[in-house]
Design a protein around this ligand. Structure first.
Ligand code: ATP
Length: 248
């Protein structure tokens, strides 16, 4: 086997191992694509407690497709918990999460069996010994989405060309965080997107560009996008939901 063949075998084994890992931790949903247009995500009377700590209390809201929602609140007010519940990653004690399309209303669990949901955590998803370019390819394979070959990702993501070919361990955290963000340029039309502080490490120029991308994505694909971010966003088209101890 030549050098290329050996590397390819290692990569296949690696993808397999990592996909089991990601599936176990529910980082990304692997379900097959479905494909109806979401109009609304409805949260009704959500309650969540960790042991004796009430984190979410009777939270209800109707999230409308085509919008970006920014969840605000002080540390510990339950923003990440809410996102995990809304995305179906975590169960709540009581309450329902429903996805509504033109004709029917289904649970988030049912929706996720037939559709992919993009959930980006605030952690670096890179494998240190793969280049940024390889990491992006790897993440697309793991997520079961096709890359759009017409898009020059390093340009779209404002990654220096030389960094794109560097192993992740030699790149800045901001550059590595862009690997997860690349999924928004794939050929899959996500209708539900959850971004938990992933933008926190980006420089101002790229952050502005990506926020614009999120708004256009939500509008064009009628997706509902959730964003947790501690920075002020001076944009009235992004809807703000302020959590005060698990409620609005
Ligand atoms: N798995 C868990 N087990 C027990 N307690 C938890 C768990 N996850 C979160 N909590 C608690 O729930 C509360 C809300 O946590 P959460 O991470 O949702 O807050 P947050 O608003 O996202 O905070 P931050 O702004 O710091 O990220 C915190 O008091 C936290 O300690």
């Amino acid at each position: 086997m030549d050098k290329h063949g050996i590397l390819e075998s290692i990569n296949i084994a690696f993808y397999t191992a990592i996909s089991y890992f990601a599936k176990y931790y529910n980082v990304i949903d692997f379900c097959n694509s479905g494909g109806f247009t979401i109009l609304n995500l409805l949260a009704k009377n959500i309650n969540k407690t960790y042991e004796n700590l009430e984190v979410i209390m009777d939270f209800s809201y109707e999230f409308v497709g085509g919008n970006v929602y920014k969840i605000e609140g002080r540390n510990g007010t339950g923003k990440s918990t809410l996102l995990r519940i809304l995305s179906g990653l975590e169960q709540c004690e009581s309450g329902t999460i429903l996805v509504q399309n033109q004709k029917k209303l289904i649970s988030i669990e049912e929706y996720s069996k037939a559709n992919k949901i993009l959930y980006l955590p605030d952690i670096d998803l890179c494998q240190e010994w793969l280049t940024i370019e390889e990491n992006i390819e790897w993440l697309h394979v793991m997520s079961g989405v096709k890359m759009d070959e017409t898009v020059e990702l390093y340009r779209e993501l404002n990654i220096l060309e030389e960094d794109y070919k560097k192993v992740a361990v030699e790149c800045s955290l901001g550059t590595r965080m862009k690997v997860g963000l690349s999924l928004l340029y794939s050929l899959y039309d996500y209708k539900l997107i959850f971004i938990d502080e992933t933008l926190a490490h980006l420089d101002t120029i790229f952050r502005e560009k990506y926020l614009k991308k999120l708004k256009n994505y939500a509008k064009n694909k009628k997706a509902v996008i959730f964003l947790i971010d501690h920075e002020d966003i001076d944009d009235s088209s992004i809807k703000t939901i302020k959590l005060v101890k698990g409620d609005i």
